[in-house]
Structures are given as structure tokens and as C-alpha cells.
Write a protein that binds this ligand. Structure first.
Ligand code: NI
Length: 258
């Protein structure tokens, strides 16, 4: 039993074999897939996929590297689309200092608006963070306090921070999700994984990106989430089945799935 909590099923790299790729996962032990739409067209495609496959759910939001294309009218659009029964969170939202095409102040503004919208809609958020740890935590804390976002909750997706970042994330009540990079040889992540409480641990592929070993360098797909589960079971010295069950339970809890 496995749940891939973060994949981009609508990505063009899957245009040639999308149905077979999704089937491989669902027939190969993946119970549910959360697909992430990153811009208005992608939101529509993601919701459509969630309608086509019972086990696929959608998350919609402006990806931080898409910030320059963001317009306030999209807030209303998101509000409407998020009412769909298969939309289970807002995201991925956050900050990205690696891809520099969107200036940080623009990213901050969109991120803040999205945190407020998620709480207004009472949905969890899926947070993307690349090289922006301290600003990201600062903004989440400021928003939580200044706008009384008492129902703010969600996931730090593709966690790649250090122990301090993990502490901050857990204190903010976030779940922590690990992708294929946990399997990479020089990764510091195994140490971090062992510090995550059982009830906050999630796994994901971020497909088509971040392909785990042994397929590193090739296109990623949700069926490969099992390699991340296996690696985590080795790190924690627990049965793969136990890791699968625990992370699936956590995924159901954060996204409100049955
Ligand atoms: Ni992603």
C-alpha cells in the first residue's frame, strides 16, 4: 500500500503514454496519486485526470516559478475550481531562489495570498521550497499570526532542508514529504528522515522529475515511489509494508481522503 503524494501527471513528458504510466502505478501497488497542477491550464488538466481515475486526486495552485504570470483574477478562478470534490489541497505554492526568473518580492506576494486563500477554503497547502528556508518559514509564521490562520496546515514537499528546517516545519504542524533524492548517494536526507515522527512522514515521486535510484537520470513516474519507500524502510530499519501503511495513513489524514 503506497500513496504518491506529489506527481505531475499532466506533464508533457507523459503525453505519449499517460494512461499506461498511470495503470503501471495503480496495478503495481500504488493506491492513490496526488497530481499537482501548476498553472491555469495545468489545473484544468489535473482536475480532468482526477475525474478520469477514481484513485487520482488534484492539487491546484500557482507554482512559485510561475509567479510573473499570476493575476489576482486567478484567486477567484482557484476558489471556484477548488470547490471540486477531487481537489484536496492548494499548491504547489512557496518560494524558489534557484530558478531566478520570478523576483522574490513577487513570489512573496503570491505565496502570502495563497496561504490566506487556503485557510479561507479550509484546505491544506503543498509547499515548494528551493533554497529559501528562512524566508519561507518567516512568511508562514507572519501570515499565521497576522491573519489568524489557525487552520493553516499542509506538507513540505520534496523536503531537502536540514535539521533546523525540519524542526521549524514540524512546529508549524506540517507533514514532511520525501522524494527520490533521498536515494541519492551523497544525500544528507537519510539523517533527516530518521528525525521525522512516524505520523508526519510522507513519500512522493515529484514525477517526471527527481527519479530515484536505480532509474536516476531517466523519466520518473508514480510506480517508482516504491523505491523511495524501500530506501526509507532501510533508513528506519522497518518493514517496507509498515512504511507504506504509515505514510498512506498520513497522506489520507493530511488530504482528508477516505
Ligand atoms: Ni512538484
Amino acid at each position: 500500500m503506497l500513496i504518491d503524494t506529489h506527481a505531475h501527471l499532466d506533464n508533457e513528458l507523459f503525453d505519449g503514454d499517460r494512461e499506461a504510466m498511470i495503470r503501471r502505478a495503480l496495478d503495481g501497488g500504488v493506491d492513490k496519486i496526488i497530481t499537482i497542477g501548476t498553472n491555469p491550464e495545468s489545473w484544468k488538466r489535473s482536475i480532468r485526470l482526477s475525474e478520469e481515475y477514481e484513485q487520482v486526486y488534484a492539487v491546484i495552485g500557482p507554482h512559485p516559478t510561475d509567479g510573473l504570470q499570476f493575476e489576482d483574477s486567478m484567486i477567484d478562478e482557484l476558489r471556484k475550481m477548488a470547490a471540486h470534490e477531487k481537489v484536496v489541497a492548494l499548491g504547489e505554492i512557496g518560494l524558489d531562489y534557484y530558478w531566478k526568473e520570478t523576483p522574490p518580492p513577487v513570489q512573496y506576494e503570491v505565496f502570502r495570498k495563497m496561504l490566506r486563500l487556503a485557510c479561507e477554503l479550509d484546505l491544506p497547502v503543498v509547499i515548494h521550497n528551493r533554497e529559501a528556508d528562512s524566508d519561507l518559514i518567516r512568511i508562514v509564521k507572519e501570515e499565521k499570526k497576522n491573519h489568524h490562520l489557525n487552520n493553516l496546515r499542509g506538507i513540505m514537499h520534496c523536503f531537502s532542508g536540514d535539521e533546523a528546517m525540519l524542526r521549524e516545519s514540524l512546529e508549524l504542524n506540517f507533514y514532511v514529504s520525501f522524494a527520490g533524492n533521498v536515494t541519492y548517494k551523497k544525500s544528507h536526507l537519510p539523517e533527516v528522515v530518521s528525525m521525522v515522527p512516524d505520523n508526519r512522514l510522507l513519500i512522493e515521486t515529484d514525477a517526471p522529475y527527481l527519479t530515484p535510484v536505480p532509474f536516476r537520470g531517466k523519466r520518473n513516474e508514480p510506480a517508482y515511489v516504491r523505491f523511495t519507500a524501500k530506501k526509507i524502510s532501510e533508513i528506519l530499519d522497518k518493514d517496507e509494508e509498515i512504511i507504506g501503511r504509515q505514510t498512506s495513513l498520513n497522506a489520507c489524514s493530511v488530504f482528508g481522503l477516505v
